[in-house]
Design a protein around this ligand. Sequence first.
Ligand code: AMP
Length: 249
Amino acid sequence: MKALIAVKRVVDANVKVQVKSDGSGVDIANVKMSMNPFDEIAVEEAVRLKEKGIVTEVIAVSCGDAKCQETLRTAMAIGADRGILVETSEELQPLAVAKLLKALVEKEQPQLVILGKQAIDDDANQTGQMLAALADLPQATFASKVELAGDKLNVTREVDGGLETISLSLPAVVTTDLRLNEPRYVTLPNIMKAKKKQLDTFKPEDLGVDVKPRLKTLKVSEPPKRGAGIKVPDVATLVDKLKNEAKVI
Ligand code: AMP
């Protein structure tokens, strides 16, 4: 069974981003970029399924500019067999990415498509769901456990009240939650091996997809600064203030 994994290049999770002075977005010039953490989990899960003999080929896909090749090489160093870059300089929004992935699903016919539950840069949490709808595939979002049971995929999902397990027919779309697995460290030999793996590049036009943005960002602003706290002399004063000033108890 083939697995197709979507990997996005995003600002590294440890970078503290600054909002541009004109409020048009965040400044990502000269900041460290990495693979979206949920996508690392997606690649790890596919590689584990390959190691168990369930998946036969793991294909990583990234959409964006030429630098996304680095992200694909990282995916291949984790264990993906090959990479596909959909190269464009256009700003990509979730709907456009979902359409590109749908075209690749039609081309590659994977049984399993794994995405991150959300990209940590735009926090959209939309692409997996849109892809499932466009490709008319069953979906399991926020997966914390994935198991093949015969010709079905059992996915345990983190929901508000606890854990929910659902059974999906294949092919299916799964989006990863944080607790699905802990991605392995990439080793130097595997980084070297990844450089020799196949990486194909397409343009959105080759896949017949119009990626023009449909949403316009009106404004991005910093969160309000937190005010200073106060010290109270004793518990009675604290309770009084919570009750009568903050009115939270
Ligand atoms: P989002 O809907 O933007 O929060 O992204 C959810 C997931 O969709 C990510 O974790 C990735 O797996 C995938 N994705 C989003 N944008 C891209 C992209 N440009 N290239 C590859 N995968 C993407």
